[in-house]
Design a protein around this ligand. Structure first.
Ligand code: ACO
Length: 429
């Protein structure tokens, strides 16, 4: 017998269908709620609202589990390959060798930007935030690829995905070079995804950047761990924009804007600023934790807390461990790692954080790894965007394929003036 929920309102009872996911998560289907009862639901911040059914990413926030298409993220650690994971997310299964090679070749082939795109960079001020440039340039890409505005088949999505995933890396590297007043370095088709990105970031006309295996693996893993996270703020933005049938470029450009905020992807920058402040001696870790607990001070312990995880974020667990292994491999010492570990210890023993189930999230340790690789702090959130792009594409494409492709348009409870009338300006006081 199918399960139902019963709502009693105004002495009447209404039955509502229960929808159950493949991992046992349950939802009340309220599609007909307003039509039958005149009521809507109010859920500010959407903490209790399922916006879609999705087969891409599974999170169990209570147990600290994250899986892409059923595969635990820990499985990707041994031979981290971001391109393979991108294909998995978008197309639903791991690619065969041939499918992988074809996709990787397409990424190499499409790394170039139209020369007119390159000229766009020159009109941005040197100090322009790279996330602003990234969003603007992803939108600008749509002007150069009108043939990719209508995507109806998996084959056409593959073409568009290869272009976007490849070019976002070139856009990011060019934005960085521009900020440094350095000449752009063109992509090298002989290099695979991560080494090619680092080449465009760090090679000089007189000296080529050599990417070690350690760095390549670390960056692949960082990108993989950011690749999707079901209906987070930026992904929901991509779906929201996509629901109006806006094209993939416009939807992803909007995702970049949502990711920029310090409560979302921008937190990786804030974590580093917080750690640097402690390192600089302006505040001790204990004082920072105390400050973060005071609601009126506007400070939070950055890189801590999560809407879904009420246990360790598995990505933070992996990144914390990997940071500890990577630094000695690269022959580096970073005092910020010890500060982060100390902060984590203090917070995890503090009743405020225990009661609220606040644990380190993905942003807590990622910056330390990015710093060790040589990525400047201004580019941290851009790195997150490069990693998240396959997830956005996968979610956009899944939405396009679903039968229930409705425009996303929430309602509201109006709290403004009741009916009043226009008063001519001469009669106003
Ligand atoms: N430091 C101090 N207190 C916190 C923190 C924090 N980092 N996070 C949450 N809290 C407190 C809140 O003040 C609130 O306390 P209250 O119940 O006494 O009012 C309680 O914990 C619940 O917090 P909410 O803000 O209601 O939780 P929500 O799910 O809306 O927010 C968020 C989640 C935005 C991630 C929040 O934990 C936060 O601001 N963290 C710091 C920023 C950050 O690291 N963002 C990255 C998140 S991961 C990502 O997007 C990639």
């Amino acid at each position: 017998m199918s399960k139902k929920a019963i709502l009693t309102f105004d002495e009447k009872q209404y039955e509502m269908r229960i929808v159950e996911g493949s991992e046992g998560e349950r939802a009340i289907d309220i599609t007909e709620l307003r039509a039958k009862t005149g009521l809507i639901t109010l859920d500010q911040g959407y903490g209790n609202t399922g916006s879609c059914e999705s087969a891409i990413t599974f999170i169990d926030g209570e147990e600290g589990i994250l899986r892409y298409r059923g595969i635990p993220i820990e499985d990707f650690e041994t031979t981290p390959n971001f391109v393979e994971v991108a294909w998995l997310l978008i197309f639903g299964r791991l690619p065969t060798q041939k499918e992988y090679e074809t996709f990787a070749d397409e990424l190499s082939e499409h790394a170039y930007l139209d020369e007119n795109m390159r000229l766009h960079f020159e009109s941005f001020p040197r100090t322009a935030p790279p996330m602003a440039i990234l969003s603007a340039m992803i939108n600008a890409l749509s002007c150069f690829h009108p043939e990719l505005h209508e995507l109806e088949t998996a084959a056409s999505v593959e073409v568009a995905a290869a272009r976007l995933i490849s070019k976002i890396r070139t856009l990011a590297a060019y934005a960085y070079r521009h900020s440094q007043g350095q000449p752009v370095i063109y992509p090298d088709p002989a290099l695979r995804y991560v080494p090619n990105f680092l080449h465009m970031m760090f090679s000089q006309p007189y000296k080529r950047y050599a990417c070690s295996e350690t760095v390549r693996n670390a960056l692949n893993l960082i990108l993989i761990l950011h690749a999707d996270h079901e209906q987070n703020c930026s992904t929901s933005t991509v779906r929201m924009v996509g629901s109006s049938q806006a094209n993939l470029f416009a939807s992803c450009a909007a995702g970049v804007c949502a990711l920029w905020g310090p409560l979302h992807g921008g937190a990786n920058v804030e974590v580093l600023r917080m750690l640097a402040q402690i390192h600089g001696g302006q505040i001790t870790p204990k004082e920072y934790v105390e400050l973060a607990k005071k609601k009126d001070k506007g400070a939070r312990l950055m890189g801590f807390g999560h809407r879904v995880y009420k246990n360790f974020d598995p990505r933070a667990k992996m990144l914390g461990r990997i940071a500890g292994e990577l630094l000695p491999q690269l022959g580096r010492h970073d005092p910020l790692l010890e500060i982060a570990r100390g902060l984590e210890e203090i917070a995890l023993e503090d009743p405020y954080f225990i009661e609220r189930k606040l644990y380190p999230n993905v942003d807590f340790y990622s910056g330390i790894i990015l710093r060790a690789i040589g990525i400047p702090i201004d580019m941290f959130t851009v790195m997150f965007a490069i990693g998240r792009l396959p997830g956005w594409i996968a979610q956009w494409w899944e939405q396009r394929q679903t039968q229930v492709n409705k425009i996303a348009r929430p309602r509201q409870i109006y709290t403004g003036n009741t009916k009043s009338h226009y008063i001519p300006i001469t009669e106003r006081r």
